[in-house]
Design a protein around this ligand. Sequence first.
Ligand code: C2E
Ligand code: CA
Ligand code: CA
Length: 516
Amino acid sequence: MPLTLKLTRRWTDRYALIVLSGLLPIVLGVFIITWQAQRSLELLATETATEAVRQFDLMLDNASLAADVVLPLSGQDCAQVELALRDQVTRRPFVRSVNLVWDNQIYCTSLFGSFKEEVIPDNYAGGALWLLPGNPVTPDEPLLVYREQEDHKGVLVSIYGFHLVNVLGLINQKTQLLIQVGNRWIDRYGQVRDTPPPTFAVANVIVPSTQFPYQVVAGFKDGVIVRHVLDEYSGFIGLLVFLGLISAATVQRLQKRSSAPTQELQRGLDAAEFIPYFQPVVRGDTQQWAGAEVLMRWQHPKEGLVRPDLFIPFAEHSGLIVPMTRSLMQQTSALLAPHVNSMSPGFHLAFNITARHCQDLELIEDCRQFLNAFPEGHINLVLELTERELIIPDKTTHTLFAALHELGVMIAIDDFGTGHSSLSYLHDFNVDYLKIDQSFVAMIGADALSIHILDSIIELSAKLDLDVVAEGVETEEQSRYLVSKGVDFLQGYLFARPLTAEDFIKSLVAKHAKPD
Ligand code: C2E
Ligand code: CA
Ligand code: CA
């Protein structure tokens, strides 16, 4: 994948994460307050409807009391009872008129005295309540009529429609309310309708009266939740936005912190600050230079020369170790190719590689280019795989190591003895060398048990027909002992510390001119 594409994707991923972490508290918070708003609107609708029912029941109680008083008068002469009817109208709040009925015929009213009109019982919900848009006296004024009936006797008590409308409009301005009587209903706008009543979009509740045959429907129109949330929770929304910003800023800071070493490494790579140092490897028998291990150093503009163990783990974690090693190989070939004549044929040049290198096949091309910089067959390219991190063999590693073998690249197991590589592991990766870890070399001259381990490693490699390099040789005693055990190659401060390219080339040229 091209590096730019990789970087762009990482860039978008990073910003997506920041935006998401900022939105998360806001979305969660809004979800909770919307749920809370829905619940409180339902509660408000129920409370309002219950209060409306209480007030309507109160009005109808008055109508019912008036009806109870005048019902026994039904059948008597209108002229005699007319005053009693009017008396109820003045006495009872909400009551507009009281009418006496005999055999389903109104015959006497508090308004006009004698009067004739038929009563149709089917008009009355539950036989007791009738909502009508007006009557011949006041055609545009809604009325609620309460009916009581006992044998031939009957009473109708009408209630002013505007009392109903007041209750519907005044209890709670926010809540939509209507009273339904039979198949008719009326809301705060005062028009009686006989279409099916509306179902409110939010928190629709129906509360029936337990005393009279009617019910109240309450609820809210669409959009009320948003308005409610904005009205009631604006402070909380501000707090959510603030939390979102804090969360996004925290994630951004954490990202910055975690990507800082990678960015610094990338900058160092672009500025060609990763440079090769060379530590010679000598032959056990003649102590002549047989090759060198290339060790990376960071020539940092502020920190000075940085040791590899301080930055290699980050480089490996970020994947930058691959282009960094490529750069190291390119610099090495450019520096040493002009002096190839000062290197004996078969001179070893060893690079350290990590598990990350074995995840794809880019390494093959890097090695090919390195070898192409030198006359064919003159240089032995060695790749050192540390035993501290085992590579799991799979299809890719199989292809990789087969191709490297084909190219003539040699494989060394670094830090041998510190990990757990098995015999099959040595076989899977076509291993040519074992590099005995310096901790074992340091045991020479110490207790007898430790020296046994070193001896066993040397014997094992002889049996497996593998060449051995002993690392960290610091004393003559160590060198003598290793040579006496037949170790092929030695590397350590006794012979040379890791050298700058300049010093390494100088010594190389000098040694070639005057071999020891
Ligand atoms: P390593 O591969 O085991 O390299 C040998 C280390 O031992 C080097 O440390 C070297 O300077 C040090 N050494 C050599 N002779 C002696 C000696 O006689 N006594 C003592 N005490 N030390 C000696 P250095 O250069 O600091 O490298 C440390 C580690 O960093 C290397 O261990 C290797 O694992 C890693 N490293 C270095 N360069 C690279 C690189 O280009 N790529 C990768 N992946 N790892 C690298
Ligand atoms: Ca090494
Ligand atoms: Ca080592």
